[in-house]
Design a protein around this ligand. Structure first.
Ligand code: IPE
Ligand code: IPE
Ligand code: MG
Length: 255
């Protein structure tokens, strides 16, 4: 499916009509904790696996919507470093869906100028999935309409630990002086290094926690919680979240 035409760049801040038409409401980078697949299935007396399957359809729909709205980056929490603690059959269902999703949607990413990025230690996934991901990363590397960052085997504490280890390695080599380590050094060593700052973090399903997602990056992000279960989250809901973002006064500690 081809996305609707899209004008790159945010609206001119002095042009009111252009501002009104800016569906992003000034947000460049939105991340979503996609939660509630299991409860969606339970409510319908269906197996959890069907909730996850429906969740993939919601992903497809939201990726298209984010492209049409004109977001620069959409980051989706798909599998956490703690999700390995789920029953083996559920982990295997999730990995199966991931495999299918990448295979089925890679052409659409390419047709629509979507660059794929993965955050998290995805090299710990099954070899064939790692190969699929590496191929998709390669194939879409030059696309520049939107970046879709998928968090796989992602945990913010693990990400920060890996970043600290990388910096410590440079200190050991004598390439970095510990007294000169700045916040930017740490930001640059995270998986999200080249992404713009996180503007809006959405969590579905009514849970009010971050569950080890983007802990560093979310320092000054706006938070949006909805009771909607992930399989029911759609473009209208995304637009509602962006509208709420646009109505807020971000102060970053100033006044
Ligand atoms: C989110 O839905 C999907 C993943 C964490 C992979 P859940 O599976 O967590 O659904 P609930 O929270 O049990 O309803
Ligand atoms: C967060 O959801 C992880 C993902 C959406 C991938 P969880 O369902 O795993 O989080 P908790 O266990 O409710 O905190
Ligand atoms: Mg959950």
């Amino acid at each position: 499916m081809k996305l609707a035409p899209f004008k790159k760049g945010s609206a001119d801040p002095d042009d009111e009509a252009a501002q009104a038409a800016d569906l992003t409401h000034g947000a460049r980078h939105v991340a979503i904790i996609m939660d509630g697949n299991g409860r969606w299935a339970q409510k319908k007396h269906l197996p959890r696996a069907l909730g996850h399957k429906k969740g993939v359809e919601a992903v497809r729909n939201i990726v298209r919507s984010a492209g049409e709205i004109g977001l620069e980056v959409l980051t989706l929490y798909a599998f956490s470093s703690e999700n390995w603690n789920r029953p083996a059959d559920e982990v295997s269902d999730l990995m199966g869906l991931l495999r299918q999703y990448i295979q089925a949607d890679i052409d659409e990413f390419d047709d629509n100028g979507i660059r794929l990025k993965v955050i998290g230690n995805y090299h710990a996934l099954d070899k064939d999935i790692v190969a699929l991901i590496d191929n998709a990363l390669d194939r879409t590397a030059k696309n520049d309409r939107m970046t879709l960052a998928i968090a796989l085997n992602y945990g913010a504490r693990d990400e920060m630990l890996r970043a600290v280890q990388a910096i410590a390695g440079k200190v050991k080599q004598g390439a970095v002086d510990p007294d000169n380590i700045t916040a930017d050094h740490l930001s640059d060593a995270l998986d999200t290094a080249e992404l713009p700052p996180l503007d809006l973090l959405i969590r579905t399903s009514g849970e009010l926690r971050l569950s080890n997602f983007l802990l560093w990056q979310a320092a000054y992000s706006e938070l949006y919680f909805t009771d909607t279960l992930w399989p029911d989250f759609d473009k209208r809901e995304l637009q509602r979240a962006l509208q709420s973002f646009g109505d807020r006064d971000r102060r970053f500690g100033g006044r």
